[in-house]
Design a protein around this ligand. Structure first.
Ligand SMILES: Cc1cc2nc3c(=O)[nH]c(=O)nc-3n(C[C@H](O)[C@H](O)[C@H](O)COP(=O)(O)OP(=O)(O)OC[C@H]3O[C@@H](n4cnc5c(N)ncnc54)[C@H](O)[C@@H]3O)c2cc1C
Length: 394
């Protein structure tokens, strides 16, 4: 059972709530209440025990937290991108591993089926994914191809009445428990396609990755394909090439930009409260200038990131946001969240390293978040290319 009474309220220094609709605020509050009830009382134990609490999948589904941007016809919420962002913010305020589960299901599994799938595929998978009856994962990264996914070696051959899939994927969130995997693989011409691989197909295994110090409440594993016969109707027909998985990553990275602000706000709020309660040299530590400097800088960075997210959300809604805009928000917001987690940890002194407070868990989680969905430096190179027109990847 959990160790603290969760009284979290988000800071809103620039009255950004004025920019949100009543529906946005309702979605945020209901997700926050859900997180307070279903995640924060238990997350410390799940992380200490490195357990993925599988029943949360159905609960996320019941709350409509999976793929909220998907059309209601397919079981989604038909919501806008600011709603999606607020949901990610609230879940990650609880834990980045929990948000990873929801991000993968929504942006990396439902999104490609929704955008590139056939009508039959949409009807077959999306309602079950939305309701949490089915869990999915997204296989792009390989042991030898992380930042350079275009070099992938996982491949499939056309065998007439089916495809034969071979290869391996690594670092795959949700994989050990997933019912389906959206897998990116090359055909005989070297063109990348998405295939839906189902658990139970012969030759398909999902070994779990153990001993992580980060995202311990999220299950991570491999996907291994040893002559897997994939039915032809499982190929996503709507888009091929590296641009297809990259579109999914844009959607997920957008959610991360919001999500990490939730983690940052949790750390800031904990530090603010602690600084007023903890007495040293006869005074609350919050009365010392050095502590105030830390808190002032945290709130400034959170406020800037909130504004970036809101404007990016508007651009997403209007179809004006591109990968470069998303890279800037993901890169900036993860960096400030990680710095805030570290500073907040210091404000708590020795207590900051314990599970009594959330900073150390958030900090360790954010070390994965700064690496996955494009590393911090890869996003910098994306922006560098946008600014100069010169690519510096290779
Ligand atoms: C917990 C976790 C969950 C994940 N979940 C998923 C998932 O669900 N699905 C999925 O497909 N993947 C997933 N990933 C994989 C993740 O996206 C990759 O780890 C990430 O893309 C980086 O690849 P890599 O680890 O191979 O690092 P590498 O690509 O080997 O990079 C190592 C270092 O080299 C740097 N580098 C690489 N190329 C350049 C360059 N051109 N210029 C300068 N520096 C460079 C990088 O910035 C990094 O610092 C997950 C990873 C983690 C840790």
């Amino acid at each position: 059972m959990g160790q603290f009474n969760d009284t979290f309220e988000s800071p809103d220094f620039y009255q950004i709530d004025d920019l949100l609709s009543d529906e946005h605020k309702l979605i945020r509050e209901s997700t926050r209440d859900f997180v307070k009830k279903e995640i924060t009382p238990y997350i410390e134990d799940w992380c200490q025990q490195a357990t993925f609490h599988y029943p949360i999948v159905k609960k996320f589904g019941d709350m409509g937290l999976f793929g909220p941007f998907v059309d209601e016809k397919y079981g989604g919420g038909g919501l806008d991108y600011i709603s999606y962002g607020l949901i990610m913010q609230e879940i990650e305020r609880g834990d980045s591993g929990m948000r990873s589960t929801a991000s993968v299901q929504g942006s990396l599994v439902m999104y490609p089926i929704y955008k590139f799938g056939s009508e039959e595929q949409k009807m077959k998978y999306l309602p079950k994914l939305a309701s949490g009856e089915m869990l999915g994962c997204f296989g792009l990264t390989e042991p030898d191809h992380g930042s350079n996914p275009g070099g992938m070696v996982t491949n499939f051959k056309d065998m007439g009445d089916h495809y034969l899939l071979n290869g391996a994927k690594m670092w795959i969130s949700n994989s050990p428990k997933a019912d389906i995997a959206v897998v990116w693989a090359k055909n005989e011409e070297g063109r990348i396609h998405g295939l839906i691989v189902e658990r139970g197909m012969e030759g398909f295994t999902t070994p779990e990755t153990h001993n992580k110090w980060s995202l311990r409440a999220s299950a991570t594993g491999e996907l291994v394909f040893d002559n897997v016969k994939v039915p032809k109707e499982n190929l996503l027909p709507g888009k091929s090439g590296l641009g297809a998985p990259m579109m999914c990553l844009d959607s997920a990275r957008y959610g991360i930009a919001w999500g990490v602000v939730g983690a940052a706000m949790d750390c800031y709020e904990s530090a603010r409260k602690y600084s007023l309660e903890r007495i040293q040299f006869g005074k609350p530590i919050g009365s010392f200038q050095l502590i105030q400097k830390k808190l002032a800088e945290m709130l400034t960075e959170i406020t800037k990131a909130q504004l970036v997210n809101w404007k990016l959300g508007k651009m997403m809604n209007e179809g004006k946001a591109n990968s470069n805009h998303i890279s800037m928000a993901k890169r900036n917001n993860v960096e400030i969240a990680l710095k805030i987690a570290r500073e907040a940890r210091q404000i708590h002194g020795g207590m900051g390293i314990t599970g009594e407070y959330p900073m150390m868990r958030h900090m360790m989680n954010l070390e994965s978040v700064i690496t996955y969905e494009g590393t911090h430096d890869i996003h910098l190179l994306i922006l560098g290319k946008e600014i100069t027109g010169i690519q510096a990847f290779f």
